[in-house]
Write a protein that binds this ligand. Structure first.
Ligand code: G6P
Ligand code: MG
Length: 218
């Protein structure tokens, strides 16, 4: 039986995936590097430096380590401006109901995000009380698609991975969930999220009954 649900944050609990895109897009435009939503799919779920490296693949020169640090700091400053306005109303549709329903059903919950900004965003959304654990992205050795972040979340909750369900909007994150031996639920476009056991078009579709049904079918 499923005992825990482990949530990605950006693009699952709230629409910060869009803010990440905007902040990277502004930076890429300033640098004159082509960047669009298609390339952005590869940035979803991966850490800050890996994201920057993907953008710089299309640059016409090499960037040194110090320059990369400056660019990452610039992107993060802009991102923090954008997330400064986050309030509980910015939870994605259906998420407040889902969190409430899972809590009532005695399901343990955790956040498994690659973002160092995750704890602040969880706080601004006012949902910290739902989670038994929020993984510290700064303490990770390997990012998604490695399973580490999901395994750490399960361990902190004290639930075996096979009894966990992972929710993700990124291809890298779904690969990480599969690798962790959990049921992988995607949110978004099935063509991008091929690694998922099931893909919901939107968070609105998610509820405990659906998650249990998919868990039973695997
Ligand atoms: C999440 C997002 C990525 C982002 C990463 C690092 O995984 O999906 O798009 O690059 O977090 O976020 P940070 O806030 O630490 O720069
Ligand atoms: Mg995400």
């Amino acid at each position: 039986v499923p005992e825990a649900v482990i949530f990605d944050l950006d693009g699952v609990l709230t629409d910060t995936a869009e803010f990440h895109y905007q902040a990277w897009k502004e930076l890429a435009d300033e640098l004159g590097i082509p960047f669009d939503r298609k390339i952005n799919e590869r940035l979803k779920g991966v850490d800050r430096l890996t994201s920057l490296k993907i953008i710089l693949e299309r640059a016409d020169r090499e960037y040194g380590q110090e320059e990369k640090e400056v660019l990452m700091a610039r992107k993060n400053a802009r991102y923090q401006e954008l997330i400064g306005a986050i309030r509980p109303e910015h939870l994605l549709p259906g998420i407040p109901q889902l969190l409430e329903e899972l809590r009532r059903s005695g399901i343990r919950m955790a956040v498994a995000s690659a973002s160092r900004n995750a704890p602040a965003i969880v706080g601004s959304l006012g949902i910290g009380g739902y989670f038994g654990h929020v993984v510290d992205a700064g303490a990770l050795e390997r990012g998604k698609p490695d399973s580490e972040v999901f395994l750490k979340a399960a361990e902190a909750l004290g639930v075996p991975p096979k009894n966990c369900i992972g929710l993700e909007d990124s291809a890298a994150g779904l690969a990480a969930i599969r690798d962790a031996n959990m049921l992988a639920i995607g949110i978004g476009e099935p063509s991008i999220l091929e690694a998922a056991d099931y893909v919901a078009a939107s968070t609105e579709e998610l509820n405990w009954e659906l998650l249990q049904e998919k868990f039973g079918r695997q």
